[in-house]
Structures are given as C-alpha cells and as structure tokens.
Design a protein around this ligand. Structure first.
Ligand SMILES: [Zn+2]
Length: 152
C-alpha cells in the first residue's frame, strides 16, 4: 500500500522535512504543530480528511522513536480523530502504520500514523488502495474545515 506520494524520492528530499520548513502551513497542509509531532493532510487522500500524525524528527521510525515521541504522536491521533468527528461526523476511522518502505511507507524516515475517516457503506479500505480516487472536496476545503475544528 502506498499512502504517501512517491515524490519523496532521495533526489526530491524528504516531504515531511520540507513541509515543516515551509513558511506557510496551509500550503504545506500542516493543520497542527506540536513539539515532537504534527498533523498533516495526506496530499493523496483515500477519503476527505485523511490525516497523518507524524513525528517531527527525521530518522524517527517506529523502531527508533522515543517514549515521549510515541506519546505525543498518539495524542495527535486522538486530536485528529476529534477534529474529524467535529468536521465530518464519520461513522468510524482507520488508524494505521506502515513501517518500512517494503511495507508501504512512502516516507519511512518519519513515523506517521494514517487517520482515515470512514462512513457506513463507503468503499472498503483495502479495495480503494491503488485506484483512482475521486474526492468530494478539495484539499484546501479540507484544510479549512479541519483547522476550524482543531482551533474551535
Ligand atoms: Zn524528514
């Protein structure tokens, strides 16, 4: 499964480090910054509102993350779930990790937990992987809805 764009090639650098270094969080799709972790929209979402709770430190995969990093990234998963519930009212969520490139991690250098809202009767999570996805709203609209929910 490839959740994150393959644009994160060695030549292109690290998409998460670039996003963190960008001056404009909206352009970078970062909806919340914490000390050790942040919430960022997936640029190629499987559903509107597809977030990633991601560690700030480059080189911190699941095997290398510290207890403090693990605590904060899970707290941001919960924050993201709450914001998604407020903004979208989904029926459930998929929350998951791909550890290592062979397992589908597009950016294995930063632990990131995918948070995907689900609705009764929507496409099966596995069946949509790899297919062209048609989303009902733009990333910009998703950004605005989630930012409002996070900061209300
Ligand atoms: Zn990085």
């Amino acid at each position: 499964m490839q959740y994150v764009s393959t644009a994160a090639s060695a030549d292109a650098g690290c998409v998460f480090c670039r996003a963190l270094a960008a001056r404009d969080d909206k352009t970078a799709l970062i909806v919340h910054r914490g000390e050790r972790a942040f919430l960022i929209l997936n640029a190629f979402p499987y559903a509107s509102g597809h977030l990633m709770a991601t560690l700030v430190r480059h080189g911190a995969g699941l095997l290398d993350a510290t207890p403090a990093e693990l605590t904060e990234v899970m707290a941001l998963v919960q924050l993201g779930l709450r914001a998604l519930r407020t903004a979208y009212g989904p029926d459930g969520f998929n929350v998951g990790v791909n550890e290592g490139r062979v397992a589908g991690a597009g950016v294995p250098e930063h632990l990131h937990l995918h948070v995907v809202p689900r609705w009764n009767g929507d496409s099966n999570f596995m069946s949509v992987v790899g297919e062209v996805r048609v989303l009902p709203e733009s990333l910009e609209a998703t950004y605005d809805r989630l930012s409002a929910a996070l900061h209300s």
